[in-house]
Design a protein around this ligand. Structure first.
Ligand code: M6R
Length: 615
């Protein structure tokens, strides 16, 4: 979703801002803009619909020169994507420029009042009220400082914001504020960087301060002050960023998504590193060590997440119930909060989020905390809001995921869930040492099995993708642990290729979706040999009887599935409960190659955002 960058120092701000906005492109956006205070101490801006490269071209013709500025990539919420609605938005006088992530919920009321008092609005956005409001308060009295005016304006605003504000009267200062939308400050040598996530900052500094909700910062070249919206000064911890520049570049791959798919042998190994011991058959997850007793005694675990993370939550349900005999409920984070959930003391809410910033997941987490539940997290982004606000949790250590379609985050989330369920099963005495050793040994082989799949099936999947590039619909079927994988396969295909696809539990097909099957319908069956194998074969027969085109993801030892299938992708066997980490890999590749064949923008699919920071 929207991205913010800011710079103050001695470099050419325009160059830093454009580079920063390019690093934020992965989040999904429809327009971009920057505002600078130039050498003549005038505020100037360029903005427009479309890609950052368009803005860059426009700046080549008509440059902006200065060493302080702010920039934005917009993902439209209020008002269509067009030049006028792009950020920055200016105040009435044009002295103040604002970039904003989030939603001002009471903007209509504020706007009406501002118009009544004579302000003229240019755009249809909610954001534009901010600059007008701050300016009105600032000019109302000579006793009010600009910073004070910002704080007073923010008190009138209902909603969420990450904000960066400049005023030509203060050519050495950027003002930033946060409520519900992430913002961080990168500290350099006599220069400061502002960004909505770490990617624009890592090439300049690894020292960052994360703003928390209700905080504002006054940022100069050499110093910064953080305070609450009520003017209470704060001392903030300076964190060290762990990500490297390599991790956010394509490294020779045509797309981030492909790079991230092929990174999985390493990302899965990184996720398990130091946490499993195949010799002793033990798992130790330091991040939840302190709450292990509460987990052991929990009546049930509720897992809340969105999108792909919700699919891994579904795998988690099977895992916790089988390996730890702990009842689990899986919730869409967006629904959980609004249906008066029965959760309280003695319950555990586990939230799963790659970005750690998903607004619905955050809201679910805060609701459960308010009701007294223990709140745990599985997160990829260190320093993210969810990572910081949960009582305890486990990082997936998958490395930055830039492609909008989640791939390596999913497999790492499932691996964390496997490790959690194993540790819980061990502590509850459900899994004895022998069983634990078997599981852990098998788990330690997963990275090399993923590597095998990537090496041996890539060509076959490319061929298959070219045959099905123009199929209008797809059906994905799976049972047990592979039912969530069917959902994930369908989601991957629809989000990057725009082909309509649905995932179903294979047995559920006969209750409706079977009506769709004819000789035009590709049906992807995830038929890893497990305890549901016989039933799965019957379901495949049902598809075949209706002339559906069967593509199966199967193990070598399954001649029956092979015989029934038009296309087979054969993958190594593993324990039933680890199977999703392997079966999902061919599905990621299939959707990737189909999307490429269709000429789609794989890394930044239309309408989608990497981090969905509005509810
Ligand atoms: O960052 P999160 O894991 O909380 O994001 C949740 C979903 O927005 C995300 O998984 C989305 O569905 C992806 N585009 C899936 O590829």
């Amino acid at each position: 979703m929207c991205g913010i960058v800011g710079y103050i120092g001695s470099r050419d701000a325009s160059t830093v801002l454009i580079k920063g906005l390019k690093r934020l492109e992965y989040r999904g956006y429809d327009s971009a803009g920057i505002a600078l205070i130039n050498g003549e101490l005038e505020l100037d801006y360029r903005k427009g619909k479309g890609k950052v490269s368009n803005l860059e071209r426009a700046l080549r013709k008509d440059s902006l020169i200065g060493t302080l500025g702010i920039g934005h990539t917009r993902w439209a919420t209020h008002g269509e994507p067009n030049d006028i609605n792009s950020h920055p938005h200016l105040s009435e006088s044009g002295n103040i420029a604002v970039v904003h992530n989030g939603i001002i919920e009471n903007y209509n009321t504020l706007k009406k009042k501002l118009i009544e008092r004579g302000r003229v609005f240019q755009s249809q956005t909610d954001t534009e009220v901010i600059g007008h409001l701050i300016e009105e308060i600032y000019l109302a009295s000579p006793d009010i400082t600009f910073e004070h005016a910002i704080r007073l304006a923010l008190k009138q605003i209902v909603g969420t914001y990450g904000l960066a504000i400049i005023n030509k009267e203060f050519p050495d200062t950027i003002f930033i504020a946060r409520k519900g939308s992430p913002l961080l400050l990168g500290i350099g040598e006599e220069e400061m960087f502002i960004a909505s996530d770490a990617s624009p900052v890592v090439e300049y500094t690894n020292k960052v301060v994360y703003l928390d909700d209700g905080e504002i910062a006054i940022v100069n070249r050499n110093s910064y002050k953080v305070k609450t919206i009520d003017d209470v000064p704060l001392t903030k911890e300076v964190h060290e960023l762990a990500i490297s520049l390599d991790a956010i570049e394509k490294a020779g791959y045509p797309h981030f998504m492909l790079k991230e798919i092929f990174e999985q042998p390493r990302s899965i190994a990184d996720c398990m590193r130091g946490r499993i011991n195949p010799e002793n058959g033990t798992v130790l997850l330091g991040g939840i060590e302190d709450v292990m007793d509460e987990l052991v005694n929990a009546r049930r675990i509720t897992i809340a997440a969105c999108g792909t993370s919700w699919h891994s939550a579904l795998v988690g349900e099977y895992l916790f119930e089988q390996l730890a005999k702990t009842p689990v409920e899986v919730e869409y984070a967006s629904e959980f909060r609004y249906r008066d959930p029965l959760i309280g003391k003695g319950d555990v809410l586990l939230v799963i989020s790659q970005s750690g910033e998903t607004a619905d997941t955050l809201a679910a987490m805060r609701e459960a905390r308010k009701r007294g539940a223990l709140v745990l997290g599985i997160c990829n982004v260190v320093g993210s809001t969810i990572a910081r606000e949960t009582d305890a949790g486990v990082f997936t250590h998958a490395g930055p995921e830039i492609g909008v379609a989640s791939t390596k985050a999913f497999t790492a989330q499932v691996v964390v869930l496997i490790m959690m369920a194993l540790e819980l099963g061990q502590r509850k005495g459900i899994l004895n040492r022998k069983k634990m050793k078997e599981y852990i040994r098998e788990l330690s082989k997963i990275p090399s099995k993923v590597e095998y799949i990537l090496e041996h099936n890539d060509q076959e999947i490319r061929k298959m993708a070219s045959l099905f590039t123009y199929a209008p619909n797809f059906l994905y079927l799976g049972r047990s642990y592979n039912f969530p994988v069917a959902l994930e396969g369908a989601l991957k295909l629809k989000e990057i290729s725009y082909i309509h696809a649905e995932g179903y539990p294979a047995a559920e097909m006969k209750h409706g979706p079977i009506a769709l099957i004819d000789e035009m319908m590709p049906v992807v069956v995830i038929a890893a040999t497990d305890h549901t194998n016989d039933k799965m074969i019957s379901n495949i027969e049902e598809v075949k009887a209706r002339k559906g085109r069967i593509i199966s993801i199967m193990n070598d030892d399954n001649p029956e599935v092979k015989k029934l299938s038009e296309f087979c992708i054969s993958i190594p066997s593993t324990s039933d409960c680890f199977s999703p980490v392997l079966t999902v890999i061919p599905l990621q590749l299939l959707s990737y190659y189909i999307a490429v064949n269709r000429g789609c923008n794989v890394d930044q699919p239309r309408n989608l955002a990497k981090s969905v920071t509005v509810e």
